[in-house]
Design a protein around this ligand. Structure first.
Ligand SMILES: NC(=O)c1ccc[n+]([C@@H]2O[C@H](COP(=O)([O-])OP(=O)(O)OC[C@H]3O[C@@H](n4cnc5c(N)ncnc54)[C@H](OP(=O)(O)O)[C@@H]3O)[C@@H](O)[C@H]2O)c1
Length: 247
């Protein structure tokens, strides 16, 4: 039980990578709060995971939703020891010159400012207790630009630097901050890239690990980073991409 006695908050956990992380945390003994925009989906995921999972609907791009989320998690489960900033959107795809300011603002609000807001709200108590682990889900797109995905790549690159900056400042207070940069993982968010066989082959290229990544493969890394077993790791970006960036 790697996370026994810990309270965790995982955003975007009604499906995909976030759901897999919530399942793994629960398996390892954590009390887990999960959020996404739809209460119904969250309720059914929470029931399927088991007792001790708290489903709270919240739009991570809205400050008032985040304030309510934090209030409920801390009052019902206690102070948050582990925060996983996982929810994100990739709606604004397309040629860079076709993008407008509203798309820019939305992508920053949802993919970036949400993480800033949650860390600003939850990290002070972690620092006061002298321990905590924050895991940000970035992407290989934040390391190597994804074609016609300027805003997604840009927000993920900024998230990586946000991770390192927080790690530098919060480490002395016992709080570790790390990121995971997944490659292609089989979820709804990325189905454009894997559903069509031809496009899937084009994306895979010479990727040395040939299977399509699964959410559970990211969840195991998040579990390690969340746990005290990773006590000497901070400011890191763990790339889990089947070697995609090598190809
Ligand atoms: N899949 C990949 O290939 C891949 C690769 C690299 C990085 N990632 C990153 O991994 C993370 C998870 O992605 P995924 O592939 O698991 O996506 P997914 O299957 O589409 O799941 C996204 C989750 O986030 C929630 N969500 C979306 N917008 C939200 C909002 N505004 N407020 C609250 N919750 C919201 C969704 O629920 P609702 O829609 O019901 O709100 C859902 O629970 C993201 O940060 C993504 O950028 C994914």
């Amino acid at each position: 039980m790697l996370l026994s006695g810990k309270t965790a908050l995982v955003t975007g956990a009604s499906r995909g990578i976030g759901e897999a992380i919530a399942r793994a945390f629960h398996r390892e003994g954590a009390r887990v709060a999960i959020c996404s925009r739809k209460q119904e989906s969250l309720d059914s995921v929470a029931t399927s995971i088991g007792p001790g999972v708290l489903p709270i609907a919240a739009h991570i791009g809205r400050a008032d939703d985040l304030a309510r989320l934090i209030e409920r998690v801390t009052s019902e489960l206690g102070p948050v020891d582990v925060l996983v900033n996982n929810a994100a959107t990739n709606v604004a795809q397309g040629p860079c010159l076709s993008l407008d300011e509203s798309a820019f603002d939305k992508m920053v609000e949802v993919n970036l400012k949400s993480t800033f807001r949650l860390i600003q709200a939850l990290a002070p108590a972690m620092c006061a207790r002298g321990s905590g682990s924050i895991v940000n889900i970035a992407s290989v797109a934040g390391i190597k630009p994804q074609f016609e995905s300027l805003l997604y790549s840009m927000t993920k690159a900024a998230l990586i630097m946000m991770t390192k900056s927080y790690a530098l400042e919060l480490g002395p207070s016992g709080v570790r901050v790390n990121a995971i940069a997944p490659g292609l993982i089989q979820t709804r968010l990325s189905e454009f890239f894997w559903k069509d066989e031809e496009r899937r082959q084009a994306v895979f290229g010479g990727q040395p690990i040939r299977h399509l990544g699964q959410p559970e493969e990211i969840a195991e890394i998040a579990t390690l980073l969340a746990s005290d077993r990773a006590s000497y790791i901070t400011g890191e970006v763990i790339v889990a991409d089947g070697g995609f960036l090598l190809a």
